[in-house]
Structures are given as structure tokens and as C-alpha cells.
Design a protein around this ligand. Structure first.
Ligand code: ADP
Ligand code: ADP
Ligand code: MG
Length: 656
């Protein structure tokens, strides 16, 4: 076995790899950016080396800095995890040149599968079915539009260098083609440094079914069955499971064979995933699935395969990298039960799933029979805007699919996060959703059911606001009392006088709050010695959910039914920017990111809802639209500029 491993990654997957490496007796070496100096994976590793500042381009993507750390620490091998450098052939080559074992496939296999167009052409030759489309060199808009017409709408434009669902646009009709192409190319350039796209048929009722393959360096290739990853948003996986609901032995066998062929075609070694898109209109059929791409690395959702096979895929990766033979043949492998994984993200489903960053004031992850948590953050840590905002993978296993989903649902219900908003409640709704439970779903399921799944704008729970406000009032009272005691005075806090609220000589007073950053005036009253909060126009409904309160510095976070609201006593001296409101026509950046384009200039007329700028954050584009119709009074940012959360981008003077 290898003596040591340097993990060229961070977060959850770095922790995951360290766990197995340690069990196998390998010395573990972490590398980290400045933003991760205090991260759990750094503390977990035997050694840790700083490789640069927070932005990934200056740290986790720097081959030279990582190799230098590998040399200093005498690392015998490098595990790239997923994302970052995991699918960069030059990285695998640089490791080899430095005499370090790369825990992954040969550089030639990474390169062969690296571009979707070339990969499709290659596996097609090996007899693997591919999605019909144009995957040639020509990139002129007129030419591609013509191809799209020949393929027949709907079509999908895809970045050939794409990954993570980026640089992809579905187009339903010819008149939308040019705009979609432009935007896909722009996103592809900025995310992958390569604007080239392919155009393919959009498969109807699509099911994403992928096959885990494993190969050793002695010519053995097997598959570890399939995973269904059809629950997606913006072409990114949300919930994954194994086996695929409704798959027959015949389809499994056909897909498995095709996946093994694809791996053989590129001389594969190690863990890989062959992704297929299946036309699910009549269930999964042996002649209706098509190769999409091969991911030449460990996949985010590998735990569901581990749960149903009882194998440790990271251990197998190390064994193959060390030159060992696969310890089993295809016929030795069997499926045990059902497993499902949900990606718990710091994002707000009620605000278009916008990533949500900040300190994790509370983090309680579930435990229980058949429940596994893979995480890389801890209570008190921070979700930064620099990397993927995943908090944890919640994985559940059961004898049957229903048992696995019940366990997942239960686990999500007992998950508590305070600070960044999360998708926990949304994931739970998904795990319980009728159509999903019935196995009647495709990749459009989430988009079609956003409302039922609770991914809609909702006002904060008044009971939660009231509970948080009361806690703040109590804390203020306690502070006043403590200060009085410290001065040697008798307890004379007006809050505690049992004849009512004395401060302003009335039994009730207005109390200005900041609720999720927006001002809300509530009524504070005292009755029978107890303080009460009344919220004008928002009666407290009966049968409210339990409220959990978490202190967040000067603020208080109330969590009820998986939803959070952050309440602070309003600071009258702070500039109340939010109060200027959208009606005033300020277009602000919703988060820390980069302006990729500004579509308007001062003096332009805009309609309400018109796109005025695009901000890229977390490698995704967010269109900013005009909140009002009017005239552009000011453009305060330009393309290429980094902007902070809340930064003013455009000012629109509303029509009178
Ligand atoms: P796919 O590429 O098929 O969407 P996955 O769902 O496994 O595969 O991963 C989504 C993409 O996002 C991948 O490119 C993965 O490497 C990347 N990714 C996901 N989470 C992280 C993370 N925490 N750090 C870096 N990259 C990540
Ligand atoms: P990425 O590298 O971003 O993972 P993929 O080619 O794997 O790109 O596609 C991502 C997702 O987009 C798939 O999981 C699937 O949901 C959807 N998709 C891709 N190709 C098609 C297609 N031809 N028809 C319908 N949906 C597709
Ligand atoms: Mg993919």
C-alpha cells in the first residue's frame, strides 16, 4: 500500500478521503487556502500546508503550489477528490513527472473524456449509444441554428468543456436560439475558459441514470450498478439514489455493459462514472438510453453506491493506484437494499435557491439507524462565498426504497442549521413527494413542483419572529440588570416591574426590529409580568411549530419547521438601505460575485423585469432585472468588476 497521500481538495470530500486513508495506514497531508486555515479537514490531517489565498484560482487550482507541498511533505500519492483539478490531465501528468502516484485514471483517459464532443465520438465508435446531435468543430451561430433546426426542437446547447450543469441551455424554439447560444458560450468561457458548444436533441421525460465503473491496471473492468440522479435543478443533482427505481435486470445489464465498454475504450483505471440520459416516457428501456459524458473521478454521490454494495470506493481507488488487482469480479457483486443521498446546501429555496453564506451559529446533523453524514463543516464555522456551499450529504440506507426515503425524511427533519439559509426543508418535501415516492419522475420534477415543495417566496413565521424578539428583550433586560448589579444598585429594571412596561410610562410600546435585514415595527406589551410581542396585521396562527432559538451575535435566529428568521433590535442610527426599497429602482448584487455584463447604459429606457446586468457567483450566472419601469440614471459597476453582497449595480429612475 502507499505510504502517504496528499489531498488536493477541501471540505467534505477531503474529510471523507482522510478517513479511509487513515484506516489504511496512510499518512494524510492536507493543503488549504487562507479561507480554510481553520477548517475541519485541516485539523483532521496529520500535516497541513498553506497553498495560497482564498480564491480557488490562487490556491486549489494551482498545480505548482500543490506539487511543492507534495514535495515538501514527501507525499507518495495525491488524491484530487472531485471538482478542482480532478479532471485536469495536466495535473495527472505533473504528478507522474514528479514521481508521485496520482489516485485517478491515466492522463490519457482524462483527456479522452474531457471534452464532451470528442468523448461522444469516441464511445460511439465503441458501440455505445449517444444522443443525436452536432458535435463538430464549427461554432458560427447561423450554422449551429441550422443544425438545431435539423435535429428538431427542443434541443440542448452544451459547453463541450462543461461540468456541474454549467454552460447548458435548453432551447424550445428557433427564435430563442441565438440568445441561448450567446449566454451558454459566455458562461462556458468564464467557467471553463472554452466557449465551444455542442447541440444535441433534448431527450423527453429525461431520467439521469449513471453507472459506477471500476477498473484496475491489469485489464479488469466492472460496474458497481447504477444511480438515479434525476432529481435536479439547473441540471445539477439534488437527490441521488441507488438502485434506479423501476429498472429491470435487462436494462441494468445493457447499461452496465455500455458503461464498461466506454471505460475500456479509453483504457480506464480507478473509479469513474458513465452518465446516461434515458428517455423515460415509457419507463427505462434497454434501447432508450444514451451516453452523455464520463466523469473521470470519484463522484459526489458515490456514497449511495457504497451503501448498497458495502464497498469503500476510496479504498478501492487507493488499491488500484497502488497497482493491486480488483478484489472481485462482476459476478461477485450484488445489491443490498436501497440508498439515497440528499445534498444539504447553504442556499435559500424561497429566494430562487440563492447561495447563502455566513457563520454557522448552530449545526446539528442527524444520527440514526441507516443514516450516514458526510460533512466538512462544523458549528461555529463559516460558509464562505469562495467555494461550493454544500454543508453535508445526508445519506440513508434501508431494506426497501420506502424505508430509505423514510429515514432520509426523518433525518432531514432533525437537522438544525442556523445562520446560512438551507434547503433542508425543501429536501424533506422532496423525499416525501408523492410523485417521487411513486417513481413517477424525471429531471423536470423539481421545476414542475416548486410550489408544492415550498420553494416559493413566503413571509416569515410570526410566531418565530415573536419568540426571537422576546428573547432579545429578555437579553436586554438581563444586561440592564447585570449592569445595575455591577454598579451596586438594586434591581430596578423596568422590564421586570410586574405592573407593566414602565420605560415610557405605558403598558405597551412600539419596538422596531430588523427581521432578515428588513425593518418591522412590532408591539411590545407586558401582561401579568410577562412580555408579549404583537405583530400588526399578522395574527399568530394556532398550532404553530416548535421554535428553536439560536443566538447569533447581537441577533437571534428562530428556527421553526425548518425555516429560519433572523431578528435583531433595529439600530435607528444604521442607514436603512432596505427601506429605500426596490421601488426606488436600485438594482443590487444579491451576493458577492463578479459582474459579467451590464446590458444597459445611463439614459436607457427599461421595462420592469428587463435584464439589466448579469452577476456571476459560485460559477453561476444570476440575471439582475429592473424592479421598476423607468430610465437608467446610473450604472455603478462594469463588466469584470468584483462586487460585494448588496453592492449597487444600476440605479433606475422610476416612471412618474
Ligand atoms: P456532474 O459533473 O455529473 O454534475 P457531480 O454531481 O458529482 O457530477 O458534481 C457536480 C460538479 O460540481 C462536479 O464538477 C463536481 O466536481 C463539482 N463540485 C461539487 N461539489 C464541489 C465541491 N465541494 N468542491 C469542488 N467542486 C465541487
Ligand atoms: P455536466 O457535465 O454539467 O454534468 P451533462 O452532460 O452530464 O453535463 O448534463 C447535465 C444534466 O443535463 C444531465 O444530468 C441531464 O439532466 C441534463 N441533460 C444533459 N443532456 C441532456 C439531453 N440530451 N436531454 C435532456 N437532458 C439532458
Ligand atoms: Mg454530468
Amino acid at each position: 500500500m502507499l505510504e502517504s497521500v496528499l489531498i488536493a481538495n477541501r471540505g467534505e470530500i477531503a474529510c471523507r478521503i482522510i478517513r479511509t486513508a487513515r484506516r489504511l495506514g496512510l499518512r494524510t497531508i492536507a493543503v488549504h487556502s487562507d479561507a480554510d486555515a481553520e477548517a475541519p479537514f485541516v485539523a483532521m490531517a496529520d500535516e497541513a500546508y498553506r497553498i495560497g489565498p482564498a480564491p480557488a484560482a490562487e490556491s486549489y487550482l494551482r498545480i505548482d503550489a500543490i506539487l511543492e507541498a507534495a514535495q515538501r511533505s514527501h507525499a507518495a500519492s495525491i488524491h484530487p477528490g472531485y471538482g478542482f483539478l480532478s479532471e485536469r490531465a495536466e495535473f495527472a501528468e505533473a504528478c507522474a513527472a514528479a514521481g508521485i502516484v496520482f489516485v485517478g485514471p491515466p492522463a490519457s483517459a482524462i483527456r479522452a473524456m474531457g471534452l464532451k464532443d470528442a468523448a461522444k465520438a469516441l464511445v460511439e465508435k465503441a458501440g455505445v449509444p449517444v444522443v443525436p446531435g452536432y458535435h463538430g468543430e464549427r461554432q458560427q451561430p447561423d450554422f449551429l441554428r441550422q443544425k438545431a433546426y435539423e435535429i428538431g426542437y427542443p434541443v440542448l446547447i452544451k459547453a463541450v468543456a462543461g461540468g456541474g450543469g454549467k454552460g447548458m441551455r435548453r432551447v424550445d424554439k428557433q427564435t430563442d436560439f441565438d440568445a441561448a447560444l450567446e449566454s451558454a458560450q459566455r458562461e462556458a468561457s468564464s467557467a471553463f475558459g472554452d466557449p465551444r458548444v455542442l447541440v444535441e436533441k433534448y431527450v423527453l421525460s429525461p431520467r439521469h441514470v449513471e453507472v459506477q465503473v471500476f477498473a484496475d491496471t491489469h485489464g479488469n473492468v466492472v460496474h458497481l450498478f447504477e444511480r438515479d440522479c434525476s432529481l435536479q435543478r439547473r441540471h445539477q443533482k439534488v437527490i441521488e439514489e441507488a438502485p434506479a427505481p423501476g429498472i429491470t435486470a435487462e436494462v441494468r445489464e445493457a447499461m452496465g455493459r455500455a458503461a464498461v465498454e466506454a471505460a475500456r475504450a479509453v483504457g480506464y483505471a480507478g473509479a469513474g462514472t458513465v452518465e446516461f440520459i434515458a428517455d423515460g416516457r415509457e419507463g427505462l428501456k434497454a434501447d432508450r438510453f444514451y451516453f452523455m459524458e464520463m466523469n473521470t473521478r470519484l463522484q459526489v454521490e458515490h456514497p449511495v453506491t457504497e451503501e448498497i454494495t458495502g464497498l469503500d470506493l476510496v479504498e478501492l481507488q487507493f488499491r488500484v493506484a497502488a497497482g493491486e488487482r480488483l478484489p472481485f469480479a462482476q459476478e461477485d457483486l450484488a445489491i443490498n437494499g436501497h440508498a439515497v443521498e440528499a445534498r444539504l446546501y447553504a442556499e435559500d429555496p424561497e429566494k430562487g435557491f440563492l447561495p447563502s453564506t455566513g457563520r454557522l451559529w448552530a449545526l446539528r446533523l442527524p444520527e440514526g439507524d441507516g443514516v450516514r453524514i458526510d460533512t466538512g463543516v462544523e458549528e461555529g464555522g463559516t460558509v464562505t462565498p469562495f467555494y461550493d456551499p454544500m454543508i453535508a450529504k445526508v445519506i440513508a440506507h434501508g431494506a426497501t426504497r420506502d424505508e430509505a426515503l423514510d429515514r432520509l425524511s426523518q433525518a432531514l427533519a432533525s437537522t438544525l442549521v442556523a445562520g446560512p439559509k438551507t434547503n433542508a426543508r425543501f429536501l424533506r418535501a422532496l423525499a416525501d413527494a408523492e410523485g417521487f415516492r411513486a417513481g413517477a419522475f424525471d429531471t423536470g420534477f423539481i421545476d414542475r413542483n416548486l410550489e408544492e415543495l415550498g420553494a416559493v417566496v413566503r413571509t416569515a413565521d410570526p410566531a418565530a419572529i415573536a419568540a426571537a424578539a422576546l428573547a432579545l428583550v429578555d437579553r436586554e433586560a438581563a444586561r440592564v440588570a447585570d449592569a445595575a448589579v455591577a454598579r451596586g444598585e438594586a434591581l430596578a429594571s423596568p422590564w421586570w416591574a410586574d405592573d407593566g412596561f414602565q420605560l415610557v410610562g405605558r403598558r405597551a410600546t412600539g419596538l422596531p426590529l430588523a427581521v432578515d435585514g428588513e425593518r418591522l415595527d412590532v408591539l411590545l406589551s407586558f401582561e401579568d409580568g410577562a412580555a408579549r410581542i404583537g405583530i400588526p396585521d399578522r395574527p399568530l396562527a394556532e398550532g404553530e411549530h416548535d421554535v428553536t432559538l439560536v443566538e447569533a451575535g447581537e441577533a437571534m435566529i428562530a428556527v421553526a419547521d425548518g425555516r429560519q428568521v433572523q431578528v435583531a433590535l433595529h439600530d435607528p442610527f444604521a442607514v436603512d438601505l432596505d427601506h429605500l426599497g426596490d421601488a426606488s429602482g436600485i438594482v443590487k448584487s444579491p451576493m458577492h460575485g463578479k459582474v459579467v455584463m451590464v446590458a444597459v447604459a445611463a439614459g436607457d429606457r427599461v421595462e420592469k423585469g428587463q435584464r439589466v446586468a448579469v452577476v456571476e457567483a459560485m460559477k453561476m450566472e444570476h440575471a439582475l432585472v429592473a424592479p421598476v419601469a423607468g430610465t437608467v440614471a446610473e450604472v455603478a459597476a462594469e463588466a469584470g468588476q468584483q462586487v460585494g453582497e448588496g453592492a449597487r449595480i444600476v440605479l433606475i429612475e422610476a416612471d412618474a
